[in-house]
Ligand binder design. Sequence first.
Ligand SMILES: Nc1ncnc2c1ncn2[C@@H]1O[C@H](COP(=O)(O)OP(=O)(O)OP(=O)(O)O)[C@@H](O)[C@H]1O
Length: 247
Amino acid sequence: MIQITNLQKRFKKLQALNNINADFNKGQVISLIGPNGSGKTTLIKSILGLVKPDNGSILFNNTPVTADVKYREQIGYMPQIGRYPDNMKIGQVFEMIKNIRGNATKLDEELYYKFKLDTLLDKSMRSLSGGTRQKVSAALAFLFNPDVLILDEPTAGLDPLASEILKEKVIAEKKKGKLILITSHILSDLEELTTDIMYLQDGRVVFFKSLQELQEDTGEEKLGKAIAYVMKEGMQKREAVYLKIAN
Ligand SMILES: Nc1ncnc2c1ncn2[C@@H]1O[C@H](COP(=O)(O)OP(=O)(O)OP(=O)(O)O)[C@@H](O)[C@H]1O
């Protein structure tokens, strides 16, 4: 569904993405994991066409994303920080976005109702708590029933109940065969959802493998422990190289 080949992006001296190669397919829930600044959001934004790569290509259903912006209709995007016009009310934001999209697709309003946004329509965006803003972003991402969902830190700021509602929704959409990309630092949240893990560091893919493979390779059941194992191993290898150079 999405094919990434030799993707490179530099911000001045900083190599934010360094030769990324990956195939993302229907039915996968891919967790993008990595330290702060490792390139996760830059990769997501490149797929969305919001960041222009310096080199490499991204194909969406075999067509370069640079060819036509229409592919974006098939993607629901929940940004890390949703920015909306401050003076608009929740109800107006939903109406505006529905109007922009037209009536072509059947709406999926499950999150809209489960998050009880229908009871908050007169609240101005300016006055929203961080968590309610996240609920608006989540409900909008799923609203047009997209084939692909890209969720950047979706549970950050959500209360435990809202977080569970969102996770159940992701699982339900995965069962429908959608492709879902998620970044999160809360590994326990990803554990229940993920089929595959891409670990980024300094703009490079350290590994991209299925959860099962990762569990087998590390001997660890829990995602957090498995990732810690890989990171520790990486550090030991680097230390061994430094020692060899020093000697
Ligand atoms: N528009 C930009 N201009 C300059 N540097 C940028 C820009 N966008 C991102 N960067 C830099 O690129 C690197 C990768 O950033 P990115 O936001 O992709 O990281 P991330 O893995 O999503 O981090 P986090 O876990 O903190 O969200 C960082 O060093 C960041 O400062």
